[in-house]
Design a protein around this ligand. Structure first.
Ligand code: NDP
Ligand code: 2IT
Length: 445
């Protein structure tokens, strides 16, 4: 057995029943294998791969809260502090009923390499809860957030671990979490990112993941002598990442024809109206089906995924993991799609990824393409430390530079290993090299 195969066996043995975690590790190990082979003896000696797949610290805790009927509810909270090689633990919090240890481990593992690509001093982490925010009242959301933070505060700090949002956690939840942290610790400090602009948030953080995705997609297209202007783009999801992906893609001249949620998708042949999308999702906190009430020329397709039937040049999945299945990849290629850039974390199954790569589709993995969010989170941390505020234009310009730099790193690492068009390999090797270098220089700790 090769070193990589041995470590994969170990992941499965010690983390049984965690398919998403196995999938994320398998993809990284497969693509870094040539970089590992060149240093196998040294890496085996310091148990490098065994350490990369083991979180430095895994916390899970009980979250008790009282619902509007006076009934006690219990959820499970997590914080997986995966790696502190490059800086304080950093990564989002996800509130979704599907959250379990496998999802947390996969997200924390991926975050370590993503954060390395940003060039910012941030380690990797993820957290969240199986709490379902759908249908909850404002008071119930607040009660849950306060109870969640009452336990989480023990493990975080501005130089220790700095959580942010993810699915089900936006500015409202970050506000409640921040208020409770402050109440318990008596400290007003940069312990969370994605905060409101009045209490330490950064301009541009809300937009960062979606904008960054479009900036790096444009860099990739530019390297092929193309541009996103005039292209038909399909987006999935209708949350934070999807909304600002649609906004930036259309500002840059693309036509985005779809958005979705877990109940169905919208097709708007004239291009998604971002103001309508924001009104439904950010103001009314509604469902995407409501879009057709404001835009009668659009159609709603209940129970269907964007990827089943939409024709596009470029696909930008921005909802959740494993949404692009093998049959969707076949359909996308048949209908002429030539680029897939991931806004979500691991939205493409392994089989679908392999198929797209085999068919020569330009495929940018989430670690590289959605890193703009956490990169601007790091800019928020630095503003908090300096007690200084940067303008939107300044932050946005730095985001653009960071995404350009990530694209350059991905291309260069892929070329170093003789597969210049394999950006999965490029992203994984580029992130891996940085984490390993930092570990070595710190005495392999
Ligand atoms: P939001 O909660 O704002 O939006 C999530 C969207 O995805 C909603 O439209 C939701 O629909 C849909 N969705 C979620 N889960 C599923 C599912 N199992 N099946 C189908 N649709 C689903 O989250 P974000 O926009 O913040 O996150 C989207 C993705 O981007 C996630 O993968 C996240 O990890 C990733 N990401 C987020 C970053 C950020 O800065 N926020 C940064 C980098 C990556 P519904 O309302 O029906 O649940
Ligand atoms: O997956 C991600 O990169 C995020 N949810 C953002 C994390 C952050 O700390 O901003």
């Amino acid at each position: 057995m090769t070193y990589v195969e041995e470590v994969m066996e170990r992941v499965k043995k010690f983390n049984p029943g965690e398919p998403e975690f196995h999938q994320a590790v398998q993809e990284v190990l497969d693509s870094i294998a040539p970089a590992v082979a060149a240093h196998e003896e040294e890496y085996r000696k310091v148990k490098l791969l065994e350490r990369l797949i083991e979180p430095e610290r895994s916390i899970s805790f009980q979250v008790l809260w009282v619902d509007d009927n006076g009934e006690v509810q219990i959820n499970r909270g997590y914080r997986i502090q995966f790696s502190s090689s490059l800086g304080p633990y950093k990564g989002g919090l996800r509130f979704h009923p599907t959250v379990n240890r496998s999802i947390m481990n996969f997200l924390g593992f991926e975050q370590t390499f993503k954060n390395a690509l940003t060039g910012q001093a941030i380690g990797g982490a993820k957290g969240g809860s199986n709490f379902d925010p759908k249908g909850k009242s404002e008071r119930e959301i607040m009660a849950f957030c306060q109870s969640f933070m009452t336990e989480l505060f023990k493990y975080i700090g501005p130089n220790e671990d700095v959580p942010a949002g993810d699915i089900g956690v936006g500015a409202r939840e970050i506000g409640y979490l921040y208020g409770q942290y402050k109440r318990i610790t008596n400290q007003f400090e940069g312990v969370l990112t994605g905060k409101g602009l009045l209490y330490g948030g950064s301009l541009g953080r809300t937009e960062a993941t979606g904008y960054g995705l479009v900036y790096i997609t444009e860099e990739m297209l530019k390297s092929k002598g193309m541009t996103i202007a005039g292209k038909t783009v399909a987006v999935s999801g209708s949350g934070n990442v999807a909304t600002y992906t649609v906004e930036k893609a259309q500002q840059m001249g693309a036509k985005v024809v779809t958005v979705s949620d877990s109940n169905g998708y919208i097709y708007d042949p004239d291009g998604i109206k971002v103001d309508v999308l924001k009104e439904i999702k950010e103001v009314r906190r509604g469902r995407i089906s409501e879009y057709v009430e404001a835009v009668p020329t659009a159609t709603y397709h209940p129970g269907k995924s964007v990827w089943e039937e939409v024709t596009c040049d470029i696909a930008l999945p921005c909802a959740s993991q494993n949404e692009i299945k093998p049959e969707h990849a076949v359909g996308l290629v048949e209908r002429g799609c030539y680029a897939v850039c991931e806004g979500a974390n691991m939205p493409t199954t392994r089989e679908a990824t392999d198929y797209l790569l085999e068919k020569g589709v330009w495929f940018l993995p989430g670690k590289a393409s959605n890193a703009g969010g956490v990169a601007v989170s790091a800019l928020e941390m630095s503003q908090n430390s300096m007690r200084k505020r940067r303008s939107f234009e300044d932050v946005d310009a730095e985001l653009k530079e960071i995404m350009k730099d990530i694209w350059a790193q991905v291309q260069s690492a892929a070329s170093d290993y003789g597969q210049p068009d394999n950006y999965v390999m490029g992203a994984n090797i580029a992130g891996f090299r940085k984490v390993v270098k930092a570990m070595r220089e710190q005495g392999w700790v």
